[in-house]
Design a protein around this ligand. Structure first.
Ligand code: DX5
Ligand code: ZN
Length: 213
């Protein structure tokens, strides 16, 4: 399992040090939640902050854009130091165009779906994606309860990926902990995002280790 701690739950007053700490504690990717107060009811961070923490680790930056009109900002997020850029299916009318825009920057491209969006909506775009991010909470905040029906979505998506003979990774985001990691793994999940479970623990290393199954 690839583990991507979400810095949304980190202590922002010492963000650089937090990134160094999770890197040393075994994080595989660094998950960065970008929110604009329009697509989701919260405002977080933008390219400036990503640029500022880029030098703190060599681990991939997994950037989750929860913003409207993501096409306007792809270049900025790529230049700031993103390795993977994920946009929401629900945030743009021209998903195919945005995905190619991301690929043109040389970064990996992902699409995320909200809990109410069925995985079948990704049928046409799937061959172009490096990863699919299944939201297992409604996006906007850390520390929410895992929505159980996400498990059947992961299983359905895994079937689509296998039957199309693709290598697309399945990432799950929201309410992930040691309580549901086995279910997630068995359903076909490759990458987990975890915010509160890691950052609110007093031992990042042990929390990350419990997710690496
Ligand atoms: C929610 C974000 C998540 C969130 C996960 O909109 O996309 O990445 O920070 O936090 P936890 O693991 O606390 O649910
Ligand atoms: Zn996220």
């Amino acid at each position: 399992m690839i583990v991507a701690p979400s810095i949304l739950s980190a202590d922002f007053s010492k963000l650089g040090q937090e990134v160094i700490d999770i890197d040393r504690s075994g994080a595989d990717w660094i998950h960065i939640d970008v929110m604009d107060g329009l697509f989701v009811p919260n405002i977080t961070i933008g390219p400036l902050v990503i640029e500022a923490i880029r030098s703190k680790t060599t681990k991939p930056f997994d950037v989750h854009l929860m913003i409207v009109n993501p096409e306007k900002y792809i270049d900025q997020f790529a230049t700031a130091g993103s390795d993977i850029i994920t946009v929401h299916y629900e945030s743009t009318v021209h998903l195919h165009r945005v995905i190619h825009q991301i690929k043109d920057t040389g970064r990996k491209a992902g699409v995320s779906i909200n809990p109410s969006t069925p995985v079948i909506m990704l049928d046409e775009i799937l061959p172009y994606l490096d990863l699919v991010l299944i939201m297992s909470v409604n996006p906007g905040f850390g520390g929410q309860k895992f929505i159980e029906s996400s498990i059947s979505k992961i299983k359905k998506l895994k079937e689509m990926i296998v039957s199309a003979n693709l290598q697309t990774l399945i990432e799950v985001d929201g309410g992930v902990s040691d309580k549901n990691i086995r279910l997630l793994k068995d359903a076909g999940c490759d990458v987990v995002v975890a915010g509160n479970y890691i950052f609110k623990s007093n031992d990042y290393e042990s929390a990350i280790r419990k997710l690496k199954i």
